[in-house]
Design a protein around this ligand. Structure first.
Ligand code: SAM
Length: 278
């Protein structure tokens, strides 16, 4: 029986607050599992829903661990995932999980999820900032959010999230998915974005200092970086100019025009001249 039919039979009522927009197209689901590189891997899925993506992942992966916040889907999932020996479903709020403890259990793994819109950015930032053994994240997100994740410097989409992701890896939009592919149908189109921690990325002397540098660069988008530096790091103009010169950044530049790599250079200078001393 198809997921849609099982949902209908069980009298399931969709909960908007959990971002419950499900997928059913088997070709699309398999393409997403393939995009993720799920073959023979341990896969973490966040938001199992009625289990459609879980099934597609299970057909390729060694093991799938899926989280689902809504216990009202227990009965549905027991039917849609019946007989799949490599799937475990945990009915908990993923945002409350201890990622470090979970990673000890999982070892090397990848994430694949059709994410509920309301947790996209906080969830992604947890992986970007905390994960140690995650190889990649393949996420279905709102199209405009996907564009923000992959944006180039000095574009309206470029922001603190883009710079944070770029330090860890390479972000790419793999496919656009129109709203008609979901049920119930959302008001926006989506895209599958892959953040690959094994490609791209760069080292900085202090991750904390890089986070502060990025925050400072986008503090007030219309102000110059020099102004933002004096405000964010409580330094005088002479020191701010000296820091910019050491990072080979021209005067009058705005933070949003700098590539993530250049923000990394600035972060290392700030680390030596300001951060380490405070
Ligand atoms: N994977 C399914 C699919 O593709 O058809 C469902 C995707 S649906 C967009 C998102 C799912 O995430 C919903 O089933 C929702 O209940 C669940 N969810 C929402 N917030 C969650 C959270 N904090 N932790 C775990 N699951 C969550």
């Amino acid at each position: 029986m198809e997921e849609k039919e099982i949902l209908r039979e069980s009298g399931f009522r969709f909960k908007k607050q959990y971002g419950q927009n499900f997928l059913s197209d088997k070709n699309l689901l398999d393409a997403i599992a393939c995009d993720a590189g799920a073959d023979g891997m341990t896969v973490l899925e966040i938001g199992a829903g009625a289990g459609a993506l879980t099934r597609a992942l299970a057909a390729r992966a060694e093991k799938v661990l899926a989280f689902e916040i809504d216990r009202g889907l227990m009965e549905v999932l027991s039917k849609t995932l019946a007989g799949l020996k490599n799937v475990e479903v945990v009915f908990r709020d993923f945002l409350k999980e201890d990622l470090g403890a979970l990673e000890k259990e999982l070892g090397s793994y990848l994430v694949c999820a059709n994410l509920p819109y309301y947790i996209t950015t906080p969830l992604l930032m947890r992986f970007v900032e905390e994960s140690q053994s995650c190889r990649s994240l393949t996420l279905m997100v709102q199209e405009e959010v996907a564009q923000r994740f992959c944006a180039k410097a000095d574009t309206p989409e470029y922001g603190a999230v883009t710079a944070a992701i770029a330090r860890r890896g390479e972000a790419k939009i793999l496919r656009k998915v129109p709203r008609e592919m979901f049920f119930p149908r959302p008001n926006v189109d989506s895209a599958v974005v892959k953040i690959d921690f094994e490609r791209g990325g760069f080292e900085v002397r202090s991750e904390k200092c890089y986070r502060e540098t990025v925050r400072c660069a986008f503090l007030s988008r219309r102000k110059t970086l020099e102004n933002n530096l004096t405000a964010a790091f409580r330094i005088d103009r002479v020191t701010a100019k000296e820091i910019l010169r050491a990072a080979e950044i021209g005067e009058g530049v705005r933070g949003e025009t700098l590539s993530p790599e250049r923000l990394g250079v600035l972060s290392d200078v700030l680390f030596d001249k300001v951060f380490k001393k405070s």
